[in-house]
Design a protein around this ligand. Structure first.
Ligand SMILES: Nc1ncnc2c1ncn2[C@@H]1O[C@H](COP(=O)(O)OP(=O)(O)OP(=O)(O)O)[C@@H](O)[C@H]1O
Ligand SMILES: [Mg+2]
Length: 297
């Protein structure tokens, strides 16, 4: 599906986001004309992040010493029980919330508390009610100063691809929850930043649309690898899409397991029937059940 690539190419062509460079030279490299290839710093590195919220003199620890890495052009997922701090972690990475301790780095630079470095799809679609669907989808590019006409044409093509053709001029309240989610996903996808944070992007979609979107995202990522951190409650989805999965404990969330997903790429849905896949799914489901059970005790 070439249009996936086209869309991303056209997005990344204009994507000179502040503080983000594609594969910048690691510090110390390059001086003296060295052409030795070194591993670039990770797209995202979260180090020892802790966070507690205080409400009416009651303090609730939400994240405990969380460390995780998304390497350049890697697809990484987080799974964990409800309320364990996954969305809070995204707010911290996006600079919307400050951690109590720990740091967030992108491409080797500390960016804790800084905004504007990521493309972000929040758990609640959060479309602007006064902008049409098309204008909502265009927003991120507009903020980054993308040329209007080409971006608009690109957005229209994509809206059709995700089943929102004919709704370009509609306003968010005229769309179902699932349609709003698709529009919000598209807005994140067409944003020019290299690192995408997707917070349960497909949770409001019916099984068929969800499976379509997963396939598209997989193709998109395999053709034009961006760095992605993805939250989902769906273990099968995490296994199908990711190179690595972080399993979080119940609140306060900490990293219980980091699982490398070995299936070769390009991946297709058929892998979900293989014994290896089923075994990994069983193991992850068991860990999740154990964590959920602890939360109920
Ligand atoms: N701004 C805030 N002020 C106070 N408490 C907050 C705030 N944001 C989140 N919390 C609390 O932090 C905890 C973690 O919330 P968070 O939304 O990060 O969980 P989650 O892992 O994303 O859950 P879910 O899977 O249900 O989306 C919850 O107990 C929530 O009430
Ligand atoms: Mg959440």
């Amino acid at each position: 599906m070439t249009s996936f690539t086209e869309a991303l190419n056209s997005a990344s062509r204009t994507g000179d986001s502040p503080g983000l460079q594609k594969n910048p030279l690691p510090s110390g490299a390059g001086a003296g004309g060295s052409d030795i290839l070194q591993t670039p710093p990770p797209a995202l590195e979260v180090k020892d992040v802790s966070k507690a919220f205080t409400h009416r003199r009651r303090t609730t620890p939400v994240l405990n010493q969380v460390s995780l890495t998304v390497r350049q052009q890697e697809f990484v997922s987080i799974v964990g029980p409800s309320g364990c701090g996954k969305s809070t972690l995204f707010h911290i990475i996006g600079g919307l919330t400050l951690p109590d301790s720990g740091t967030v780095s992108m491409n080797g630079q500390t960016v804790t508390g800084q905004r504007g470095n990521i493309s972000y799809m929040p758990q609640q679609p959060a479309l602007f009610p006064w902008r049409s669907i098309e204008d909502n989808v265009l927003l991120a590019g507009e903020l980054m100063g993308e040329p209007q006409a080409a971006a608009r044409e690109n957005a229209r093509r994509w809206l059709t691809k995700v089943g929102l053709g004919g709704f370009e001029k509609a306003y968010p309240h005229m769309l179902s929850g699932g349609m709003q989610q698709r529009a919000a996903f598209l807005r994140a996808l067409l944003a020019p930043q290299e690192l995408m944070l997707l917070d349960e992007p497909f949770s409001a979609l019916d099984a068929l649309t969800r499976s379509d979107m997963q396939r598209w995202l997989l193709e998109l990522w395999e053709e034009n690898r961006r760095s992605v951190l993805f939250i989902t409650h769906n273990i099968e989805e995490a296994l199908l899409l990711s190179s690595r999965i972080y399993v979080f404990s119940g609140r306060p969330g900490s990293v219980l397991h980091s699982v490398d997903v070995p299936f070769p790429r390009p991946r297709r849905e058929e892998i979900t029937d293989t014994p290896e896949f089923l075994q990994m799914r069983r193991q992850l489901s068991q860990w999740m059940r154990e964590e959920q059970a602890k939360g109920r005790n």
